[in-house]
Each structure stands twice: as structure tokens, then as C-alpha cells.
Design a protein around this ligand. Structure first.
Ligand code: ADP
Ligand code: MG
Length: 844
């Protein structure tokens, strides 16, 4: 690897002397080579070129560690680099290199703000390299999205790229499809996407007319009636509920049924869901109620996840519990987990500040290797061992005191909380104590603002409360972030008209006037302003000059501020609760000690914390109680910290098992989904020929004849059978028997004739109607039965543990049933196709 960095250095000494024109020639030369040679062959030259262009365009020259990161990413690995080490810039190397293949590279970020920031910022490098860069936002139109996905490089958020995929897979016309086949994807903050969010699938819903609300309410009623620990048991760790023998009996009795598993009218799912809604999912923690809707709260960021629904009927059960509009009237049209979505890419890579502790999971599930890169400058942050208090009250008192202490000195402090609720509580506490502070709001529309708040968390006297990963992706600069400050000041002057309070220089007064004449509309001004500093090159000259002038002033004072904050010890990060995984704790700690800065981190925990209560075990409690008599005095020891970490490891393993379980169960559905989407796609692209249709019908006829001969009745085809009966009636059984062994040519020709008649008939009403609408009808039929299949799968999934009771392997059982259900779906699709196309000509 040293050799490789050396090679780049040699290249770059030559490039440094070249003119822009010559650099462009070099770009062209390498592009040509990329068409004939393997990409890895041109890595040193290409990386050196990107480095040089970045230096000229952004003033950032890739560090050696970033060059190394580039190679690992190109090889499809996960790179761990600490916060602030420059992952955004590192990714430009493999991204631009792979974009040379012209198959599209996706760069996935956790929110719209980061996608836009990185697209605009890094876009300057790509544009100079002659590569097109697109940005997909949730608000983009279909045409904009298509254009962005067809760019060489596309910046997009994790949820948008998945929903676009799901929407594409249920498009009824080719013009609605926005993505092209996947090639290479780099995921930023990969652990947050592939691990933290892996348990809730993304669901594309469709309006449902036949959701059975009565059933949900009856189930809720029965759930209220059942007694905890008598009729059911709650498994807090697994967030699961089981009915006991007597609970099962009671529920049956109440319903007046013999079984809860009647396949025509199953109840088990509804009852269990009603119980889970009641005993596991908590209002204002797991979800909130807003505008008559249940919105999921992300357990890690505290952010509200719009557009997401819990699967397997849980969401509806919670809606019934809270008496809000049920189902939004929806049912699942299509769904996929992040796990299965991202494995669709032939090549996948990722970046994070905290990947190592989840290494095994990345390896086992995604076959991704984690490489840890050293920091460019040595890390000097001090992580103190935890302070353990007996009671929560004592803990919060201590948090308040520590905050006061930092604030009075002027040392910035960032306080991480595990939930929105706790952060609001803390904010109240600070208000009473007259400590000025910022609290990070979890609403999606505030993400950009959130970044600005986090960016200023390193200023003197800054007190910032944040739910755990709020503002992820923005680094905290000691002494404050100059460009954000300039932006804020500009906003105050230009938008909020606070000029009186701000003294401006003469030239600035002049520029200010010019801005208002140069900008014709306020909207345009606001837009350019909100995109600063990335819009500097494209905004009006007056705004640019004004920005630069303010920037110069503010950066002068920043140098002084920066060194003062450093002398105070840098940023103090205080965690108020250990999280379920060490990774999230590390994420929080990593906010301090950026790029060799000084800083500290410490967790204040109590025996009453959730994690301790569920996983800490009696030992820790007894031990602490024994050692500490006075409740306000904490215990601080490495031993205790490590036993806490052991508790966390236990939770990590639990959660890993759960995710693995989700993954394993989703696997068969994933195979089916791929198969179905593939077929759909062929139909969409009109690759389905007349032949295909006949083959379909003929094989269906074969099967029907066989089953007819065997005289096995088949419920699903009763409608069709009566139609077929008419045909069969003209044959004697003997005739059929002999013919079916060969090819039942007579039947086939009837089929062909019917088809011709059908076309002729529809042409009477509208010329060419069938030809042009056949694909749409196929797709419609497919979607109806696919949705039904998904519903059956949900039921099978949720009840398999019960029904396979005593069996060794419920997963195997599940797979068998999943296969049968899928087969049934295909049979239904085929019979419906024949039905629509041959036997029911005028009925639409
Ligand atoms: P990460 O995503 O790893 O936390 P970012 O990509 O947000 O870090 O970068 C953090 C900061 O480091 C940015 O302000 C960026 O300008 C700066 N930076 C990154 N790479 C370099 C470099 N090679 N030279 C100078 N500054 C850099
Ligand atoms: Mg980042």
C-alpha cells in the first residue's frame, strides 16, 4: 500500500505543473484507457488526477489515508474513518473512477441535506472531470429523478433510492420508471442504514378497500381482557409476546371459535398484534400521534420516520389502540428491507466512523470486509470511564452540575440523550437553571437547521442537547463554523432585516444595495443563500463579494476563538445513557476530538436506566448499592464500565440475531421478488411476445387437463373451470386421455381461435385496443396476486412458530409454505390471464 501511495505522489508532482488544458487531456486519455483496461490498472493515475483537480477546485488535497480509503472502497469494502477525517472527499476517488464505466454510481447518504451538500460540494470535482452528477430528492419530479439516475453519479438518500426502486417495480408504464440497472453504490454512514434501520422494512402501500376494522377492534377488546403473565408473556428483550395455553383458550372462548388458526378466518395475528400494541409499543417513545396518524419515531435518532409503517399488521393494531384512522386505508403493495435492497448492487462499499464493532454482521450478512484506517493526526480525546449513580434523579443532578461547570468556564458541552422525551426534559431543567442552550429538533424539515446548530456546538459557551445521532454527518469545529456563521449573518441582514443591529463597512453597504437590485426575486435570493457556500460560483457577484467580505472578518476572530476553546480542553461530550450498542456510544464520543483536536467524553448512567434494568443483571446493582451508601455519590471504575459494555454486547447479540432472523426469513421472499420484478420488467419493456402468451396458456391447459383427468377438484379455478367445462364437454374422456399424453392439439387450436376472435371483437370497439393495452392488463393481474401473496406470507411468517410447534426448523417450514404460496400466485396469474383474455371479452 505504501508503494501505491508513492506511485500517486510521483504522478502528482507531474500533474502539479500542468495547465488546466493539459489536465483535461490527461482526463481524456485515462477515460479512453478505462474502456479497454481494468479500472484497477489506472488507479494511481486517476487518483492523482482527482487529487490535483480537487486541490485546484476546492482547495482540498486528499490525504494519504483518503487515498488508501479510496482503494478499499473501490474494492467493495467498508472503510472506518473517524468523524471529521474527510470521508466525503475520500469517496470522490472510487466514485469518479467507477463512473467511467458509464453504468451509474450511486452515493447514498442519510438525509436530503447531506445528499445536496455533498452533490454540490463534490460536484465541482466531477464536473471538471467531465462526469455528470445528479441529485435525487424526495421532492423531485419523475423527470428530474430520471435525469439524475441517468447521470454518471447520483447522490440520493437511503430511503428515496429504495422507494424509487419499489415504485419502479410497480410501474404500469415504462415512462414511469426512473432507475436503471444497478452497478456500484457507496453508502455513507453505512452502519446507520444497514444495521440500525435493518429491522423495519420499507413498505410501498396501496389503497385497500377491504381492511377488516371490526376485527382489529375486537382483537383490541380481547387483548384488554387478557391478563399479563396469566394469559400471555411479554419478552421485553425480544420485544415479543406469546400466548400461554390458558390465554389461547380464553381468546378462543371469547371469540366463540374452535381455533385461532382457521385459515378462512385466522385470528392469532390480530390478537398478538393487539397485545404488542398494548404492551410493547409505547406512545411518545416508539411512535407519536400526529394529525390522526401514527408516526414511527426512529429509536436511534429520535427522528420521525414519515412514510414508514410497521409491517405484519402491527401498525394497524397501534392505530386501533390509539383510535386513529386505520391503515390510512392502505395495504402493502410491495416491500423490501435495506438488507435485501442493497445486496442488489453488484458492487457495494461503505463508509462510517463506527463499523468495527459490527464487523461480524457486515461480514456474515453482506460479505463486506471492514477496514479501519488510522486518523491523519493522532487522536488525543480522553474518554473517561462511566459515572454510575444509584438513581436517575442523582444522575440528572450530576448532569446539571457538570453542564454548569463547563458553561461557567466557557467550555462547549454536547449532551447526548437517548430519546426526544429526555432531551426535552433536560431542556426544561436548563431553562429553570438559566443555562442558555440549543436543543436539536427531530423533525425531518429541520435537518438543515440541525446541521447548523451542530456545526456551532464547538463555540465558547455553547450548550447543546442532541438526541443521539441528530445532525449526523456534520463535524463540530472548535470555535464555531465560519461558513455557517457567515450564512447566518447574511440571513439576518438580507431576510430578517436586522441591519440596524449589525454594523457594516462602507463597501458592504454598497454591496447590500447591489444585491437587492441584482436579484429580481426574493425566492432566487433565498435559494442561493440556502445553498451557500456551494452556490458561490453560480450566485450573483454582489452576493459572492458580500459573502467573502464577511467571511474574512469572521475567520479572523475564529482563529482566536479556536485557540481559546482548545485551551479550555475542547468539546466535552456527555452521554446521559448508554445505548443498546457500543457503536452509537462511539458515534457520540466521536463528536469530540476531531482532526487531532483536544476533547473529552464521559457517560453518566444510573441503575434505573433502561439498559441496566433489562440487561445489567442483579450483580451490578448489588455491587453498587453495597459500595455506595450516599445516593448522590457516583461510582467510577473501569471494572464497572466493562461490565456495562458486557451488557451492551449482550444486547448487540440479541439484536443481531433478530436482524439475522429478519434477513433469513426475507431471503425467500427476496428471491421471489427478484423473479417477479424481472418478469414485470420484461412485460414493461414489451419483451413479452405473442408466443409467451400462448406458451403460458398452453401449459395452463395441460395442467388443467391433467387435473381434470385425475378428477381432483381445485377451488381456485372454479370460475375458469366452468368455462373450460364447456370445451371439455365436446370431448370424451377417452379422447382427452389419449390426446393429453401427446399434445392436445385440438384444444390448443381452440385456444388460438379464441384469441383471434377476442382480438377481432375488441377491434370492433376500438382498433388496436388489445395490442396496446395487453401489457397493462398483464401487470394489473400480476400486481393483484402479488399483493395477495404478500398478505399470505405475512400470515405465514407471523404464525409459523406456532404452527410448526414441535418441528425442528420453522424456517424450513416457512420456506416450504412460501414456495407453495408463490406457486399458487403464479397459477392464479395464469388462470386470470386466460380468463380475461379469452373468456370475458367485453367485461372491462
Ligand atoms: P467525515 O464524513 O469523515 O466525518 P467530512 O467529510 O465531513 O468528514 O469532512 C470533515 C472536514 O474535513 C470538512 O470540513 C472538510 O473540509 C475537511 N477535509 C476533508 N478532507 C480534507 C483534506 N484532504 N484537506 C483538508 N481538509 C479536509
Ligand atoms: Mg460524513
Amino acid at each position: 500500500m505504501k508503494q501505491f501511495v508513492y506511485e500517486i505522489k510521483i504522478e502528482s508532482t507531474q500533474l502539479r505543473l500542468k495547465t488546466e488544458e493539459e489536465l483535461r487531456d490527461q482526463t481524456e486519455k485515462l477515460k479512453k484507457r478505462s474502456q479497454k483496461e481494468e479500472l484497477s490498472k489506472i488507479i494511481p493515475q486517476w487518483f492523482a488526477l482527482v487529487q490535483e483537480i480537487s486541490n485546484r477546485k476546492l482547495g482540498l488535497k486528499h490525504f494519504d489515508t483518503q487515498l488508501l480509503a479510496g482503494v478499499h472502497l473501490h474494492q467493495g469494502k467498508i472503510v472506518e474513518m473517524k468523524t471529521g477525517e474527510g470521508k466525503t472527499l475520500a469517496s470522490t476517488l472510487p466514485v469518479s473512477l467507477n463512473a467511467l464505466l458509464k453504468k451509474g454510481v450511486h452515493v447514498v447518504t442519510v438525509n436530503d441535506y447531506l445528499a445536496e451538500r455533498d452533490q454540490k460540494w463534490m460536484g465541482k470535482i466531477y464536473t471538471e472531470l467531465g462526469l455528470s452528477v445528479g441529485l435525487v430528492k424526495s421532492t423531485s419530479s419523475v423527470i428530474e429523478k430520471k435525469k439524475s439516475y441517468f447521470s454518471d453519479i447520483t447522490y440520493v438518500t437511503n430511503s428515496e433510492v429504495v422507494f424509487d426502486y419499489l415504485r419502479d417495480s410497480s410501474a404500469s408504464h415504462l415512462t414511469e420508471v426512473v432507475q436503471r440497472p444497478f452497478s456500484f453504490c457507496v453508502i455513507d454512514e453505512i452502519d446507520s442504514i444497514l444495521i440500525d434501520e435493518a429491522r423495519t422494512p420499507l413498505i410501498l402501500s396501496t389503497v385497500s378497500k377491504n381492511l377488516n376494522k371490526n376485527k382489529l377492534f375486537l382483537a383490541k377488546f380481547i387483548a384488554n381482557w387478557l391478563e399479563k403473565d396469566v394469559h400471555f408473556q411479554v419478552d421485553e428483550k425480544r420485544r415479543d409476546i406469546n400466548l400461554t395455553e390458558s390465554g389461547y383458550k380464553k381468546a378462543k372462548e371469547k371469540l366463540g371459535k374452535n381455533t385461532l388458526y382457521d385459515s378462512n378466518d385466522p385470528w392469532i395475528l390480530e390478537i398478538l398484534n393487539a397485545l404488542k400494541a398494548q404492551y410493547i409499543f409505547k406512545l411518545n417513545k416508539d411512535y407519536i400521534v400526529l394529525n390522526n396518524k401514527i408516526l414511527i419515531v426512529d429509536e436511534f435518532t429520535g427522528r420521525i420516520m414519515e412514510d414508514r409503517r410497521w409491517s405484519l399488521g402491527i401498525h394497524e393494531a397501534i392505530e386501533a389502540k390509539e383510535n386513529v384512522l386505520i391503515g390510512g386505508g392502505t395495504k402493502t403493495k410491495s416491500s423490501i428491507t435495506y438488507q435485501n435492497f442493497f445486496t442488489l448492487y453488484p458492487k457495494l462499499a461503505g463508509m462510517t466512523g463506527t463499523g468495527k464493532t459490527a464487523e461480524k454482521e457486515f461480514q456474515d450478512i453482506y460479505k463486506l470486509e471492514v477496514v479501519v484506517l488510522p486518523t491523519a493526526k493522532p487522536m488525543i480525546r480522553k474518554d473517561f470511564s462511566d459515572l454510575v449513580y444509584q438513581t436517575e434523579l442523582a444522575k440528572w443532578k450530576a448532569v446539571l452540575n457538570k453542564t454548569k461547570e463547563c458553561f461557567s468556564k466557557g467550555q462547549p458541552i454536547l449532551i447526548g440523550t437517548a430519546s426526544v422525551e429526555k432531551s426535552e426534559f433536560l431542556s426544561e431543567l436548563f431553562k429553570i437553571s438559566k443555562i442558555p442552550h440549543q436543543i436539536l429538533n427531530a423533525k425531518p424539515e429541520n435537518v438543515a437547521r440541525e446541521s447548523e446548530i451542530v456545526a456551532q456546538a464547538g463555540e465558547r459557551y455553547a450548550v447543546t442537547i442532541a438526541t443521539n445521532m441528530a445532525g449526523r454527518g456534520t463535524d463540530i469545529i472548535l470555535g464555531g463554523n465560519t461558513s455557517f456563521k457567515v450564512k447566518q449573518k447574511l440571513r439576518e441582514i438580507l431576510i430578517e432585516n436586522k441591519n440596524n443591529e449589525i454594523s457594516l463597512k462602507k463597501e458592504e453597504e454598497h454591496l447590500l444595495k447591489k444585491i437587492f437590485t441584482e436579484y429580481e426575486t426574493r425566492e432566487q435570493l433565498e435559494l442561493d443563500l440556502s445553498n451557500l457556500p456551494y452556490s458561490l460560483e453560480t450566485c450573483q457577484e454582489s452576493l459572492r463579494l458580500f459573502y467573502n467580505s464577511l467571511y474574512e472578518e469572521i475567520s479572523k476572530s475564529w482563529i482566536k476563538e479556536n485557540s481559546e476553546v482548545k485551551s479550555l480542553g475542547g468539546l466535552f461530550v456527555l452521554g446521559t445513557e448508554r445505548h443498546e450498542t457500543r457503536r452509537i456510544d462511539n458515534q457520540l464520543r466521536g463528536r469530540a476530538g476531531r482532526q487531532g483536536d483536544p476533547g473529552n467524553s464521559q457517560f453518566y448512567v444510573s441503575l434505573e436506566d433502561e439498559l441496566m434494568k433489562i440487561f445489567g443483571g442483579e450483580n451490578i446493582r448489588r455491587w453498587v448499592e453495597y459500595l455506595v451508601q450516599d445516593k448522590d455519590i457516583p461510582l467510577e471504575s473501569n471494572l464497572l464500565t466493562s461490565s456495562l459494555e458486557n451488557a451492551q454486547k449482550k444486547v448487540e447479540n440479541y439484536n443481531y440475531d433478530l436482524r439475522k432472523n429478519v434477513f433469513q426469513y426475507d431471503e425467500i421472499l427476496n428471491v421471489q421478488r427478484k423473479e417477479l420484478f424481472q418478469a414485470r420488467n420484461e412485460i414493461l419493456r414489451d419483451e413479452i411476445s405473442e408466443d409467451f402468451f400462448f406458451r403460458y396458456c398452453e401449459s395452463f391447459l395441460d395442467e388443467q387437463i391433467l387435473s381434470f383427468i385425475k378428477k381432483t377438484s381445485n377451488n381456485y379455478f372454479f370460475k375458469l373451470q366452468s368455462e373450460l367445462q364447456k370445451w371439455f364437454d365436446s370431448y370424451s374422456i377417452d379422447q382427452l386421455k389419449t390426446e393429453s399424453k401427446e399434445t392436445p392439439k385440438n384444444l390448443y387450436s381452440e385456444l388460438w381461435i379464441s384469441n383471434d376472435l377476442r382480438f377481432a371483437q375488441s377491434n370492433l370497439y376500438q382498433q388496436g385496443f388489445l395490442q396496446s393495452n395487453r401489457s397493462i392488463l398483464y401487470l394489473l393481474i400480476i400486481d393483484i396476486y402479488w399483493t395477495e401473496h404478500l398478505e399470505r406470507m405475512t400470515y405465514i411468517r407471523e404464525t409459523i412458530n406456532w404452527r410448526a410447534y414441535g418441528q425442528q426448523n420453522p424456517l424450513m417450514e416457512y420456506n416450504v409454505e412460501a414456495f407453495q404460496s408463490f406457486k399458487l400466485m403464479f397459477d392464479q396469474i395464469r388462470s386470470a390471464m386466460i380468463y380475461y383474455f379469452l373468456n370475458n371479452p367485453l367485461n372491462y
